[in-house]
Design a protein around this ligand. Structure first.
Ligand code: NOS
Length: 321
């Protein structure tokens, strides 16, 4: 038994191949207790995200964990969503067409569930947000004390001082709902953003995948079935001999913060124009002559370096076990 109490986490997710890895990783990590999954659009539409979340919990034998379905539209009620099926396959899980899950989501929205859990365990729950931030922003709107009651929000999102992956300005999760992201960054909650400036340093190589495939572990076997589409996409789009471990890196940063270093500052998100989804950190080192949109905003943490070999090692060990 772990010496200290396991950290309670809720995974807000749009599964997604790297989401599947991150969810399994969390379930295999004694440092955390997964108390729920909430679903969101991004890699797939929300309805399919819910189906995939239920399916992944069935694969893991963890149907005791509740799934709460999240928003089908952006915080501004936008319905023109950008869905990354070209990264994950039409089913979000590598075009494997798994049978539908037996389970059902709970009779509560994702944002209501987030608020309920934050109130039940004030300061004790970490949300690991792996998709666009609509549900988290809705929770902040639903309950003005959510930002204070939630322990931490660790989010996979942003491209800090590097190009995005949707276009040169924007990373996919922030681009998915920039207005929601700006609400989260300026909410006053304890936020740690793990952006692609960090996750692009963490690569699972073709050789690592072969090693995973040779494992008899249930999770490794399952992941090797679905990883093909994700690898093909990376080979074509980036010319890398491996895939970026976005969601697993954010998950491990939540589990063990010493795997990353971070800066602190105020983050604002561009919500319009050609740089929609751009994330800009102001490090508060210079006092500007004018009041800016960053001036009185709360400090958040932004990951800047990562111990990539340690992250890959943990991913391999825990998924092969
Ligand atoms: O090129 C891409 N376009 C859109 N989404 C992507 C791309 N690469 C990865 N992701 C997905 O978006 C999140 C990271 O930004 C990850 O969840 C990843 O699965």
């Amino acid at each position: 038994m772990a010496a200290t109490e396991a950290k309670k986490i809720i995974i807000d997710t749009d599964p997604g191949i790297d989401d599947a890895m991150a969810i399994f990783l969390a379930l295999r990590s004694p440092e955390v207790e997964v108390i729920g999954l909430t679903t969101i659009y991004g890699n797939v539409y929300t309805t399919l995200a819910t189906r995939n979340a239920l399916h992944l919990l069935e694969v893991a034998g963890r149907t005791d964990i509740p799934v709460a379905e999240g928003s089908h539209v952006t915080i501004t009620k936008g319905t023109k969503l950008r869905i990354a099926d070209f990264v994950h396959g039409a089913d979000g899980l590598g075009n494997q067409n798994f049978p539908p899950p037996k389970g059902k989501p709970i009779d509560m929205s994702a944002s209501a569930f987030l608020v309920e859990q934050a109130n039940r365990y004030p300061g004790k729950v970490t949300v690991v947000a792996l998709g666009p931030l609509t549900n988290i922003a809705l929770a902040i709107e639903l309950d003005p004390s959510f930002a204070k009651n939630i322990g931490q929000i660790v989010l996979l999102g942003g491209a800090f001082a590097v190009n995005g992956n949707v276009n040169p300005a924007a990373e996919a999760n922030i681009f998915g709902d920039p207005d929601a992201a700006d609400i989260v960054f300026t909410s006053g909650a304890d936020v740690l953003a793990v952006g692609i400036n960090v996750t692009h340093q963490v690569v699972l190589t073709d050789a690592d995948r072969d090693k995973l495939a040779s494992s008899t572990g249930k999770f490794a076997q399952y992941l090797c079935k679905i990883l093909g589409v994700y690898f093909s996409y990376h080979h074509d789009a980036y010319g890398t001999k491996g895939v970026y471990l976005h969601d697993p890196t954010a998950m491990l940063a939540a589990i063990n913060p010493s795997l990353i270093t971070h800066m602190e500052g105020a983050v604002r998100v561009q919500t319009t124009g050609i740089t929609r989804g751009l994330t800009i950190l102001y490090n508060k080192k210079k006092r500007f002559a004018e009041i800016t949109e960053w001036s009185d905003q709360p400090m958040v943490k932004v990951a800047v370096t990562v111990d990539a070999p340690a992250v890959v090692k943990l991913v391999m060990e825990r998924l092969m076990d």
